[in-house]
Design a protein around this ligand. Sequence first.
Ligand SMILES: [Zn+2]
Ligand SMILES: [Zn+2]
Ligand SMILES: [Zn+2]
Ligand SMILES: [Zn+2]
Length: 171
Amino acid sequence: MALSLVAMEGSSSNKRQVESLRDGDCNAKRQNVAMGLEALECSVFSKPLKPPIYQCSLGHFLCLSCCCENRDNKCHLCSVETSFERCFGMEHVVKSVAVPCSNPQYGCVQQISYYQKEEHEKTCPNAPCFCPESVCGFVGSTMALLGHLTAKHKCPVSTFHESEVVNVCLY
Ligand SMILES: [Zn+2]
Ligand SMILES: [Zn+2]
Ligand SMILES: [Zn+2]
Ligand SMILES: [Zn+2]
């Protein structure tokens, strides 16, 4: 899977995000690159690598839980007996790679570390919600759905307390 890392320039909210990703280093160079994201995934389960990251003596990366479960000290890729060393360089790399949220069409302009993307998208305030009317087919952010429900289905907004909004999103 190859994914283009989308432009960091443009809207001011994107720029603010860049600032916060700089880690206090004002000389940090940021450029949009296209890379195969499998390079950032654990070699055992193809899940995004997140710190702490370990590597075999030939440089295959794996995550902490896969490293802990490895009982015979053999890398499952090269099958060589090895000791797994923590790889701080790779940790630095995964922390510096930002990818866009999958919900730009619903208004989310956030750039997230690749390994935090899944977690972000579970709680993304702009994640799409589906209209509970089965024949309707409307999809939009939570706010757009609320607007849609009141405008289209004449649901009074006052009946949507926090918990009910969450229930709607689960459809
Ligand atoms: Zn793993
Ligand atoms: Zn290996
Ligand atoms: Zn998002
Ligand atoms: Zn609807």
